[in-house]
Design a protein around this ligand. Structure first.
Ligand code: NI
Ligand code: MN
Length: 228
C-alpha cells in the first residue's frame, strides 16, 4: 500500500480496491499542498473524530466521489441527518469489520469529539477513535487525536507496519508521551503527525526521531509518501 501524508493528520491511502482519505482536512489546512489526485476517485473516507481539523472536507469529497464515510455511529448519525444521500458505515470502539479491501478496527482515543454545527452549537460526536486499516496484507494505524494510554500496549498484538502518532502536545500527546506510545505499539515504522499546523502544537519531529532509539521513525513532509 502507498500512504501519502497530506499534512496535519490527513492521509491518502492507496492499495488494492481502495483509495481512501483519513481525516481529510485539506482546504483550511495550512500544511496541505494541493494536488487534484488527492480528492479524485476516493472510495472511502475515515473520520477519527468530529473536530473540524479532522472532518475537514469529508462531505464535499464524499459527495463528489460517492465515497463511503467510515466513522463512529454518532458522527454517522449527525452527518446522515444533514446529508442523507451519502454512503455511511458506522463502527465503534473495539469493533472490527472486513471490508472488500481488508479488515478495519476502530481503536480507542483519549480526546473529545464535539461536532460544531452551522449555528456554532456543539453536538455529541461520540467517542474519538483511531483506526487500524489493513490493505494488501499490511497494516497502518492512525491514532487520531489522543493522549497517551496504556491501552496502546494492546496494539502490539496487531503487528502494525506503520503507525501515525500525534506529537504536537496541547490537544494530544507531546513528543515524550508519543515516544512511550510508539514503544507500546512497536510498529515497524512510526511517523509523527499533528504538529506545527497551529501555534499551540509546535514540535520538532527530529527530537521525536532522536528520542525513539531502536525504532524506525520516518518524518514525512506534507505531500511525501511511503510505500509499504
Ligand atoms: Ni481533535
Ligand atoms: Mn486535531
Amino acid at each position: 500500500m502507498n500512504i501519502k501524508f497530506l499534512g496535519h493528520s490527513s492521509l491518502l491511502i492507496e492499495g488494492n480496491g481502495i483509495k481512501a482519505l483519513v481525516d481529510p482536512f485539506l482546504k483550511n489546512n495550512p500544511q496541505y499542498i494541493e494536488d487534484k489526485n488527492d480528492i479524485e476517485n476516493i472510495t472511502h473516507i475515515f473520520i477519527t473524530h468530529a473536530h473540524g481539523d479532522h472532518i475537514g472536507d469529508a462531505i464535499e469529497i464524499a459527495k463528489a466521489n460517492d465515497s463511503m464515510i467510515i466513522a463512529n455511529a454518532e458522527i454517522c448519525n449527525i452527518l446522515y441527518f444533514l446529508h442523507n444521500d451519502l454512503n455511511y458505515h458506522p463502527m465503534h470502539i473495539g469493533g472490527t469489520f472486513n471490508f472488500d479491501f481488508g479488515r478495519v478496527k476502530m481503536t480507542p482515543a483519549l480526546h473529545g469529539s464535539g461536532y460544531t454545527d452551522k449555528d456554532n452549537k456543539i453536538q455529541d460526536g461520540g467517542n474519538p477513535a483511531g483506526f487500524v486499516i489493513e490493505v494488501d496484507t499490511k497494516k497502518v494505524y492512525h491514532a487520531g487525536d489522543t493522549g497517551l494510554t496504556y491501552d496502546m500496549k494492546l496494539l502490539e498484538r496487531e503487528r502494525i507496519d506503520v503507525a501515525f502518532l500525534p506529537i504536537g502536545g496541547n490537544y494530544t500527546m507531546d513528543i515524550d508521551d508519543a515516544v512511550e506510545a510508539a514503544r507500546f505499539i512497536g510498529a515497524k515504522i512510526t511517523v509523527p503527525m499533528h504538529y506545527n499546523t497551529f501555534g499551540m502544537i509546535k514540535a520538532n519531529p527530529i527530537e521525536f526521531h532522536d528520542k525513539l532509539l531502536g525504532h524506525k521513525v520516518i518524518i514525512l513532509k506534507p505531500s511525501e509518501a511511503i510505500e509499504i
